[in-house]
Ligand binder design. Structure first.
Ligand SMILES: [Zn+2]
Length: 164
C-alpha cells in the first residue's frame, strides 16, 4: 500500500492532535451544501464554517441529483439541516464543455472509446441552478421551513453570488 504512504503519513500527523473524537454527525451550523467536486472550492472555509458544521454533497457540476436529494432529506430530518445552499461555480468544466467534447477528451486520455460514458453536462448554468433550487424547494419531504438558496461561486474572487 506504499502508493498512499505520503497521505497516510499526513493522516498520522492529523490524528496526533485530533479533537473531534466522539463528535456526533449532526450539522452543527444547520447547513447543507451541494457543490461541485472542483478542487478550487473549499466549502467549509468559504462559508466561515468548520468540521462538524455542515453536510456537504459534491458531484461534477454541483447538481441536485437524486442522490443529492437523498442526502438533503436525510440532512433535514435526521442531521439538523435548516438551510441548504446549491453552489455551482464559474469556469466549471461541466458547464463549458459539451458531452461530445468531454467524451472526446476522456477518450483521448484513456486511449479508448469513451462514447458510451454519460456525462451530465450543464448547457445553461443559471437555468440549471434555478431548476435545481426548485427541485429542493418542491421536494415533498423537505418542508417550507427549510431555507434554500442558489448561488454561483466565483473561483477567481472567492465570492458567492446569490441567484435564486
Ligand atoms: Zn465544476
Amino acid at each position: 500500500m506504499n502508493d498512499f504512504d505520503d497521505l497516510l503519513q499526513a493522516n498520522r500527523s492529523f490524528a496526533a492532535d485530533f479533537a473531534l473524537g466522539g463528535f456526533d454527525g449532526v450539522a452543527h451550523a444547520g447547513v447543507a451544501l451541494v457543490t461541485c467536486m472542483d478542487s478550487r472550492i473549499d466549502p467549509l472555509n468559504m462559508l466561515g464554517l468548520k468540521p462538524g458544521d455542515a453536510k456537504i454533497f459534491r458531484n461534477p457540476g454541483g447538481r441536485v441529483t437524486e442522490a443529492a436529494l437523498e442526502a438533503l432529506v436525510l440532512g433535514v430530518h435526521l442531521l439538523g439541516v435548516e438551510r441548504i445552499l446549491v453552489v455551482p461555480h464559474t469556469r466549471c468544466a461541466m458547464a463549458s464543455n459539451t458531452e461530445a467534447e468531454l467524451r472526446e477528451r476522456v477518450g483521448a486520455s484513456a486511449g479508448q472509446d469513451a462514447s458510451w460514458q454519460h456525462f451530465h453536462v450543464v448547457e445553461d448554468q443559471l437555468a440549471s441552478l434555478q431548476e435545481d433550487v426548485r427541485r429542493v424547494r418542491s421536494h415533498p419531504l423537505i418542508p417550507d421551513s427549510v431555507l434554500v438558496g442558489g448561488f454561483v461561486y466565483d473561483v477567481d474572487t472567492g465570492l458567492l453570488d446569490p441567484k435564486f
